[in-house]
Ligand binder design. Structure first.
Ligand SMILES: Nc1ncnc2c1ncn2[C@@H]1O[C@H](COP(=O)(O)OP(=O)(O)OP(=O)(O)O)[C@@H](O)[C@H]1O
Ligand SMILES: [Mg+2]
Length: 267
């Protein structure tokens, strides 16, 4: 008999590009690890990967090699004890349009690895391309990253609408990033949540707010994750608060997680 699942899988997604997904995924990873949790961080922005850039590393192998015959151990990069990173490739057109079957084969190869960790975090590309949608639909939960800009709200609404129509996806949580104030973030969240409730009958939870912070750009320039580069800056504190909520959620949902696959087959 297969052991009960204990891994909570989360995809970090957005309608509009450049809203901070990769930085949030990476630093949430470090924050979860700081809290004593094990995790695997997967660069699911296939073809335009950049988690490796933010980490300041150049992995020899990546998910593309796993589609070939490379053994799994040669692709996994340990970032710390119990913190694994699966890099993807940049500038590889065949990965951008990965069809669902190939995606399933790739993810099946990874299932046994995912099972060893408390969390699986997927950083995805922006938008509503078929590859992004199918990657976004598989995890147990989705973290939608928005900024207070109107275009970010409309694009995120479009993403949620398409995911719920095409894949019957539920479980959306929101992070408002690059906000000047908690009030501005709340207004942005309310607008999106009201539209989703009214037109899609989908409730959305506010997972947290990450304030605009010049240290984020500095950490990117230095290619050092924010939580290491400026551990006590405002944005780092915000991300730690969000990580604590994610830990609580895993604890609260443990019975449900035990009965769910880490990544669902597509419907
Ligand atoms: N909280 C923040 N405060 C200030 N600047 C930020 C913040 N979050 C992100 N940024 C800026 O936004 C840039 C883009 O961030 P990031 O690459 O994480 O976005 P993304 O959503 O992953 O982009 P893409 O859609 O291209 O994958 C960062 O390089 C940084 O300069
Ligand atoms: Mg990104």
């Amino acid at each position: 008999m297969t052991a009960l699942n204990t891994t909570l899988s989360l995809a970090v997604v957005s309608g509009k590009g450049g809203v901070g997904k990769t930085n949030i995924a990476l630093n949430l990873g470090f924050a979860l690890h700081e809290l004593g949790h094990s995790l695997v961080l997967l660069d699911g922005d296939l073809g335009l990967a950049n988690l490796d850039v933010l980490l300041g590393i150049s992995p020899e192998k990546n998910l593309q090699d796993l589609l070939g015959e490379a053994p799994l151990e040669s692709v996994v990069v340990p970032l710390a004890q119990d913190f694994a990173f699966l890099p993807s490739a940049s500038g590889v057109a065949e990965l951008v349009d990965l069809d669902d079957d190939v995606q399933s084969i790739l993810l099946d190869k990874l299932d046994a690895l995912f099972r060893q960790y408390h969390f699986l975090l997927l950083d995805l590309g922006a938008g509503i391309s078929p590859t992004v949608l199918s990657f976004a639909a598989r995890p147990q939960e989705r973290i939608i990253v928005i900024t207070p800009e109107p275009t970010s709200l409309t694009d995120s609404y479009a993403l949620i609408k398409v995911l719920s129509a095409q894949h019957q996806t539920k479980n959306f949580q929101l992070i408002v990033n690059m906000s000047e104030s908690s009030r501005e973030a709340r207004t942005a969240f309310d607008r999106l949540a009201q539209a989703c409730e009214r037109f899609l009958s989908l409730p959305i939870r506010l997972l947290g707010v990450v304030h605009k912070d010049p240290m984020v750009m500095e950490s990117v320039r230095h290619q050092v994750p924010l939580l290491k580069f400026a551990p006590s800056c405002r944005a780092a504190q915000d991300i730690r608060e969000i990580a604590a909520k994610i830990v609580e959620r895993r604890e609260r949902l443990k019975d449900l997680i035990a009965r769910s696959p880490i990544l669902k087959p597509l419907c």
